[in-house]
Design a protein around this ligand. Structure first.
Ligand SMILES: *Cc1c(COP(=O)(O)O)cnc(C)c1O
Length: 459
């Protein structure tokens, strides 16, 4: 006769942990069947969660640095990652959890597989965490990364200064991300990942995620996409074959602009030639529990709550901001004081066709049942008369703010060559195609007529 021993000690907590994992998965499954806007509003914070949080309809803010445990068994199980817990806010925190679950569901919306998220203290720490595990020196000593040169200045500096100059990792810049042959020609057996921004900041250039993911996977490496400017309301790279998505959550997902934050969202079972099974199986969770724990770029719970509150209205905001931006782009395109407008929403833009295939307002349909095309609220343009004229125009703005910022509900302009992309120098700007007369404009929530009036008087 076998005696069934009831679980004791740490096993009680391991069993409880398994139940918690199953409950969370059931709740995720329920939410996966909801529409995008519903997920953005609720995430995993449902009626039951509210009841165990004193009935609070808002996700709770846990500023506490650490979690108190029931006893030593509970503590041991938690610290061994044998049950879900939060332990210490550098590693995890309930408020961060609600943000991570919402972002994973939004970025994984419409994707057949599963996605997970790790939030970080900034967009740059997200990009660092997402790329660093692939550039360890095991195996090849001559490793390289293949990166679209049309990227954010901070990303350019991370790869060129920290990775290339300090660590000897070769950065192979793709100068025309439209050109698949250029991507392909730069990939070899020592390549560790492909990286591109879609669309890029500040040039708004686009690339074919599906085709570039195919090239990456042929080479056995992941495609990492920064889709900060699009947000999952307009573009979900995982659905198009990307392995990992990074975001500056400081930007359009957080139009109020009250926090700096970042996120890495990955599909399960990413493609990679290097790294452990854990890394491949659930990359975002791996980052959260291991490199995130050791490097320590944790997001403040307060910032996470600020972002969550803004995220609830993501879809409708990106819809109306994109419509305003298109109107402003059309106005600038016909203005005699402007020599070029970079905005994929304009039919004459070189990236228009490629963008139209990939960017749509999620869950939308026009009269004929086709999804509504939306291209985001960032555009750039060149001022006639060169850099000096661009500065004069900039200094005359009266409603639009002068700041190195984007994603805001307030209209903001910058001159990338003297701000966001200053430190990469003349040669770096040439590589990234950022002329001195380029103005980047974040179209905010003001009435577009007032935005255009300010542009008109300044031009
Ligand atoms: C701002 C930005 C980043 C960096 O994000 P931070 O939150 O400022 O660290 C990365 N990528 C893009 C496209 C950005 O615009």
């Amino acid at each position: 006769m076998t005696v069934v021993k009831s679980p004791s000690g740490i096993d009680v907590y391991i069993a409880r942990g398994q139940q918690m994992v199953a409950d969370a998965e059931a709740r995720r499954e329920t939410m996966r069947n909801k529409k995008f806007a519903t997920i953005a509003v609720h995430g995993l914070y449902g009626l039951q969660e509210a009841l165990v949080n004193q009935g609070s309809i808002n996700e709770p803010l846990y500023l506490s640095s650490a979690q108190h445990f029931e006893n030593s068994d509970h503590m041991e199980a938690a610290l061994a990652y044998q049950m879900p817990s939060w332990t210490y806010s550098r590693i995890a925190n309930p408020t961060l959890h609600y943000l991570e679950e919402t972002l994973a569901l939004l970025e994984g919306y419409g994707f057949a597989g599963q996605a997970s998220c790790c939030v970080t203290s900034s967009g740059m720490s997200a990009i660092f965490l997402a790329t660093n595990p692939f550039v360890g020196t095991q195996g090849s000593q001559r490793l390289n990364i293949v990166v679209s040169s049309r990227c954010y200045g901070g990303t350019f500096m991370l790869f060129s200064e920290r990775y290339e100059k300090e660590r000897g990792i070769e950065v192979r810049w793709v100068t025309d991300p439209h050109d698949l042959a250029e991507w392909q020609g730069l990939i070899d057996e020592d390549t560790r990942f492909l990286f591109g921004e879609m669309p890029s900041n500040p040039g708004l250039s686009v690339f074919d995620i599906e085709q570039v993911a195919r090239l990456a996977h042929q080479a056995g490496v992941p495609l990492i996409v920064d889709s900060t400017v699009a947000t999952p309301a307009l573009l979900r790279p995982l659905c198009l074959g990307a392995d990992i998505v990074v975001h500056s959550v400081s930007k359009s997902m957080n139009t109020g602009g009250l926090a700096i934050a970042g996120a890495v969202i990955s599909r399960h079972q990413i493609v990679s030639k290097v790294g452990s099974d854990e890394l491949r199986e659930n990359f975002a969770l791996y980052l959260k529990l291991l490199p995130g724990r050791d490097f320590g770029p944790a997001l403040s719970p307060f910032s996470a709550l600020m972002v969550l509150k803004d995220l609830h209205t993501l879809r409708s905001k990106l819809d109306f901001l994109s419509q305003s931006c298109l109107q402003v782009a059309q106005f600038l395109a016909q203005h005699s004081g402007v020599t070029a407008v970079l905005y994929p929403g304009l039919p004459q833009d070189s990236g228009h066709k490629l963008a139209a295939r990939q960017m749509q307002l999620v869950d939308s349909a026009d009269k004929s049942g086709q999804p509504e095309q939306r291209y985001g609220h960032l555009l750039s343009f060149r001022v006639k008369g060169g850099a000096q004229h661009a500065r004069q125009f900039f200094d005359r703005l009266q409603l639009i703010m002068r700041a190195t910022d984007l994603g805001r509900i307030k209209s903001i302009a910058t001159i990338p060559a003297i701000s966001t992309h200053q430190q990469q120098g003349e040669a770096g700007r040439k590589l990234a195609d950022i002329p001195a007369d380029l103005v980047r404009l974040n179209v905010g929530g003001e009435d577009p007529l007032d935005i255009m009036q300010d542009l008109e008087q300044a031009l």
